[in-house]
Design a protein around this ligand. Structure first.
Ligand SMILES: NC(=O)c1ccc[n+]([C@@H]2O[C@H](COP(=O)([O-])OP(=O)(O)OC[C@H]3O[C@@H](n4cnc5c(N)ncnc54)[C@H](O)[C@@H]3O)[C@@H](O)[C@H]2O)c1
Length: 332
């Protein structure tokens, strides 16, 4: 009888701990697979609530068509009001389906998987898109994603010797700085928005719904901005930058800053390419303009990293079978 496997948060953490390099390689391979058209990644579906305009639950179905074809869906909710109650904003599950039968094979706790794949994509972008090793890193928005991104940057060789943490909530900025100083004393401080914006590498991981960085802001040509939260920068700032995305169709939707820029100029010519195209050498960086990486966050990354976690949980005996969850599969 087909059994559903449950991979809870402890098993997911055990599978991801110390595996940053493997996750980063998995994300890189999946971006390249996506670039070659060997994935199916439909639009994300946003469930929104009239009386909670800042909250949403997003469905990301996807299919990775590699040597072990795997389909699935991530169902991730974002309720920013949780943060004021000291709780995580996001929570998620991932369902992986067998491509032979379509059967759901496993359900995985997925906030950690989602953060890991996001951080791995940021670390990959830092490695591929930075014109030189950054001496300073500015982190704007000091939450779970920012913390995970810092861990992946450090693990993948981006120096974190001088980090400026900025958040509209000073306690969050202080908590991230303390977290980083706990790992490497004296490296992190809190600072104003402008201090973080001046860093060589700028990471945006806020929950801003609309641009708040001043319209007149321009990055220096040597700077790289990892615009993970997608709605921080004014279209004018993007139009003065070299823009790299994960997927053009996906990224120019849902009122992201690139979407607003398209609305302003009426075309997409300001998007210079995808991260995979830079990895493949098909798109070169522009020495005269700063680079802004805006990744929409592709469901295929969740499927690929989720499969890696499932493999690890199985091999270490941490996968739990939900006996009898599915009934008799025989038709008659
Ligand atoms: N692109 C992707 O692939 C991807 C994937 C996952 C998450 N994300 C995004 O990353 C962001 C951060 O997620 P998280 O789980 O760390 O959230 P979180 O709620 O834990 O932290 C976000 C922080 O941003 C701060 N903030 C909000 N608006 C701000 C502003 N205008 N200026 C400064 N600080 C501000 C909040 O005070 C909070 O501390 C979210 O927007 C999420 O959608 C992107």
């Amino acid at each position: 009888m087909h059994q559903l496997e449950i991979i809870g948060s402890e098993a997911v953490a055990a599978a991801l701990d110390g595996r940053e390099t493997a996750v980063l390689e998995c994300v890189r391979d999946t971006y390249l697979l996506h670039e070659r058209g060997r994935t199916v990644n439909p639009d994300s579906h946003f469930l929104r609530f009239p009386e909670k305009p800042d909250s949403r639950i997003i469905a990301l179905p996807a299919f990775v068509n590699d040597d072990r074809p795997t389909a699935g869906i991530k169902w991730i909710s974002s309720f920013p009001a949780n943060v004021a109650r000291g709780k995580q904003r996001a929570s998620a599950i991932l369902v992986l389906n067998d491509y032979e039968t379509g059967h759901p094979v496993a359900v995985l706790e997925s906030a950690a998987i989602s953060a890991a794949r996001t951080a791995a994509s940021a670390a990959l972008a830092a490695r591929v898109l930075a014109k030189q090793a950054p001496e300073t890193v500015g982190v704007i928005g000091a939450g779970y994603i920012a913390r995970t991104v810092c861990a992946y940057l450090a693990a993948s060789g981006t120096p974190l010797d001088r980090v400026v943490c900025h958040d509209q909530d000073p306690a969050s900025a202080a908590a991230l700085a303390a977290h980083l100083n706990g790992r490497s004393p004296g490296t992190a401080t809190t600072g104003a928005l402008q201090d973080a914006l001046d860093a060589d590498l700028v990471v945006f991981a806020t929950t801003a719904l609309a641009p708040y960085v001043p319209v007149a802001h321009r990055f220096r040509p040597d700077q790289l901005a990892l615009h993970l939260s997608l709605r921080d920068l004014a279209p004018e700032t993007l139009l003065a930058s070299h823009n790299i995305v994960d997927d053009v169709e996906h990224c120019l939707k849902a009122q992201t800053s690139p979407h607003l820029a398209e609305g302003l100029v009426g075309h997409r010519d300001f998007v210079n390419g995808t991260l995979a195209q830079v990895v493949l050498g098909d798109v070169a960086l522009d020495a005269n303009r700063p680079t802004v990486f805006s990744p929409f966050g592709l469901g295929v990354l969740d499927i690929a990293v989720g499969r890696l976690v499932l493999d690890e949980a199985r091999s270490t005996g941490r996968s739990v079978s939900a006996e009898g969850f599915f009934g008799d599969p025989v038709r008659w």
